[in-house]
Design a protein around this ligand. Structure first.
Ligand code: NAP
Ligand code: FE
Length: 362
């Protein structure tokens, strides 16, 4: 067994300001990587700017990272960072800017190479990375993964390099302004991380311990996902759950639901967490053949007596989706051809089983 999670994690109110000196100790000039709007509205960008200014640390801002970031976005930001002498990167936002920040940190450090190295198994260093999450789903602030859209392959894939952030600064107030749809989609992503990590050939006692505790924290937020008003404690526990889920997949990676989700996102425009959630009931059904007791335990930790109740909840939270026969075939094919994800499923899984996972919620 092994446990390796080298990111220093602070989760508290005003985490960014409280650790301004530690941020400044990482480097001399920061490249701040964020999306177009949300970090300006929820106060996270201002906090990071103020923290850097309080330490007389220089910074430049790249605020053009869109959802499901592309290699072009990464290279564009890396060029800006390189030309301005950035020696560390701060990602602010959801998984998209946080993942992009890691890939950008790699490409600034290795600016003389082409973007091909992102997906090559070569040993390269990246600049230090600090992450400030503003959604409660990906856990990217504690994972070594950076998922990018590969336009040439029309899919999404994590880069080949494992880049753990140096510091994660988690302040629950940033998710307060998120609309219910963002809270729902991202919380379901975190749930997917727990489920895919728990039922995973790479799981061990450490990762399962994180999942078990994390699922109980996650389940406290079900009423909010169903429309109840959230309070301070809820935001805190939604972020705790997503960070714990990130720690779990940092050890095991994700498997079939994530593998299927990429098609729904790239070709049908379905947000990441929703695209994952669609396949969770089918995945639980598939692993229940061998792990019925564990599936029952996970369902009961979430407050459900049976799988049908969980499926109903997923539909309630995620709303409508549409999967045609052709979509189902293409998705099945893409996962069957990706032994990497299938190897992580702890039961024997055939092409028909993958079809059944999709079919379960169609
Ligand atoms: P996201 O793509 O980062 O952001 C989705 C939307 O939410 C954007 O429009 C963003 O606006 C907005 N937003 C962010 N924070 C907000 C806030 N506090 N209030 C209101 N709106 C807010 O969403 P995400 O689900 O967090 O990340 C998904 C990405 O992460 C995918 O690319 C996925 O593949 C990846 N992922 C990575 C890992 C990993 O381990 N690294 C794990 C799972 C998923 P702005 O654009 O204006 O900021
Ligand atoms: Fe995810």
């Amino acid at each position: 067994m092994k446990f390796y999670m080298p990111t220093k994690v602070y989760q508290e109110n005003d985490a960014v300001m409280k650790h301004a000196a530690e941020i400044a100790a990482i480097g001399k000039k920061a490249l701040i990587v964020t999306g177009k709007l949300s970090s300006k509205k929820n106060g996270s960008l201002d906090d990071v700017k103020k923290a850097l200014e309080s330490q007389n640390t220089e910074y430049i801002i790249y605020d053009d990272i869109g959802e499901n970031p592309t290699i072009d976005m990464v290279m564009d930001a890396a060029e800006k960072g390189r030309n301005n002498g950035a020696d560390f990167v701060i990602g602010i936002g959801g998984g998209s800017p946080m993942d992009a920040a890691k890939a950008i940190a790699l490409m600034i450090q290795n600016f003389d190479t082409s973007s091909d190295v992102l997906y090559q198994a070569v040993d390269l260093k990246a600049l230090p990375v600090i992450e400030v999450p503003t959604t409660c789903g990906t856990g990217s602030e504690v994972t070594p993964y950076a998922v990018l859209t590969r336009d040439e392959l029309q899919t999404k894939q994590s880069i080949s390099h494992r880049i753990f952030p140096d510091i994660a600064l988690i302040d629950p107030k940033y998710i307060k302004s998120a609309p219910l749809s963002v809270l729902r989609n991202t919380a379901i992503d975190a749930l997917g991380h727990f489920i895919e990590s728990y039922f995973n050939t790479a799981a061990d006692d450490y990762s399962r311990m994180i999942c078990q505790y994390g699922l109980s924290v996650w389940s406290e937020n079900i009423p909010v996902l169903l429309g109840e008003e959230a309070d301070e404690e809820t935001y805190d526990s939604m972020l705790l759950a997503s960070t714990l889920a990130g720690m779990a997949i940092a050890h095991t990676s994700t498997n079939v639901p994530h593998g299927l989700s990429y098609y729904m996102t790239c070709h049908k425009g379905v947000p990441h967490g929703k695209a994952v959630g669609i396949f969770l009931p089918g995945y639980l059904k598939a692993v229940s053949e061998k792990y019925q007791e564990d599936v029952d335990m996970v369902l009961s930790m979430l407050g459900f007596d049976e799988l049908e109740q969980f499926s109903f909840f997923i539909r309630q939270v995620l709303g409508e989706w549409d999967i045609s026969d052709k979509d189902a075939e293409i998705m099945t094919d893409s996962v069957v051809k990706s032994p990497r994800k299938l190897k992580l499923v702890p039961v024997d899984i055939t092409e028909d089983d993958v079809r059944d996972i999709i079919e379960y919620m169609r």
